[in-house]
Design a protein around this ligand. Structure first.
Ligand SMILES: [Fe+2]
Length: 310
């Protein structure tokens, strides 16, 4: 199954205006009445929770109503329809996409991906021993930098039966487990991407079923920290970060959001192919990050000059 990754997350929210403002401040661009998009055309759709066009809610308070995956071609859409049609309803929608559910009742869509190929430089660094990545006289940062999310990266779901969820995504949709936290759940990537993960499943009690966070890839760690600093300065509450994960190696910074879940910026995730052997570790602080930093307001050591002879 040549599934590339999430194209669109559809939310039914309590406070549409707060979500629209958050999405805009996060750096997504409004497109039409409901959508906010990253640079490659992936993004989120924000609707009022009562909107009758939305798929049914999970009944747990989760605001995520649907995850729409982008796939390589129509043959993949057809193959998924045939596979899922063996034991559940698969509907074809007006736009040609198909809609069904996973084994936990999360509504899934599959469409030929809307992702546009991006031609943007990665964050470039100069390091002794390696060729310079920035041309001479090219500066790395300015105070005006305003980095934008590039593409929808991954979604983390709370599920009451993580092994069952892993089996469904592996056996029915061709996802591959890249790493796992013991007794918690797997990080998985679909076959059409080498990103370390586009999903992570966290075992939780049934009443918590829903979404823990979602994330867009940024151009590098400086973009993550610059974008996160702007969010702090706008009054949003940092939840975790900035830091760098171990599984996936991605830089992260999570914020509380009005989507009923956290929203993360990430950058520089590991890539894997089928040669990779999944690692396993116990969950906890020591295995979740190599370091964790904390935001503080700007300051400068500009006190009086030191006394003579000091
Ligand atoms: Fe994440």
């Amino acid at each position: 199954m040549n599934i590339i990754g999430p194209d669109l997350l559809i939310f039914g929210v309590d406070d549409v205006n707060a979500c629209r403002e958050f999405a805009s401040d996060y750096g997504l661009t409004a497109e039409g009445e409901y959508r906010f998009l990253a640079l490659d055309g992936t993004g989120i759709e924000i609707r009022a929770k009562e909107d009758p066009i939305l798929p049914e809610a999970l009944g747990t308070g989760s605001m995520l109503r649907k995850t729409v995956y982008g796939v390589a071609d129509q043959a993949t859409v057809d193959a998924i329809a045939a596979e899922l049609g063996k034991d559940r309803e698969v509907r074809t929608l007006e736009d040609g996409s198909i809609e069904s559910v996973d084994d936990h009742g999360f509504v899934l869509g599959f469409q030929i991906t809307v992702r546009k190929a991006l031609e943007l430089p990665a964050e470039a660094i100069n390091a002794p021993g390696a060729p310079a990545q920035r041309d001479v006289n090219t500066v790395a940062v300015t105070k005006q930098d305003s980095p934008l999310p590039r593409t929808l990266s991954h979604v983390v779901y709370f599920v009451p039966d993580a092994p069952k969820q892993e089996a469904f995504y592996r056996d029915r949709l061709g996802f591959i487990t890249t790493d796992r936290f013991t007794h918690v759940g797997p990080f998985m990537r679909p076959a059409g991407t080498q990103d370390h993960h586009t999903v992570f499943f966290i075992q939780t009690p049934p009443h918590m079923k829903g979404i823990e966070h979602f994330t867009f890839h940024m151009g590098g760690p400086t973009d993550v920290v610059t974008a996160g600093t702007k969010m702090v300065n706008k009054g949003y509450q940092s939840f975790w970060g900035p830091g760098r994960h171990i599984f996936g190696s991605n830089w992260f910074w999570y914020f509380k959001s009005p989507f009923g879940c956290n929203m993360e910026f990430d950058a520089d995730m590991d890539l894997h192919d089928d040669e990779w052997e999944a690692r396993e570790a116990m969950p906890g602080a020591d295995n979740s990050q190599v370091f964790l930093l904390q935001y503080r307001e700007k300051w400068a050591p500009m006190g009086p000059p030191p006394p003579k002879g000091a």
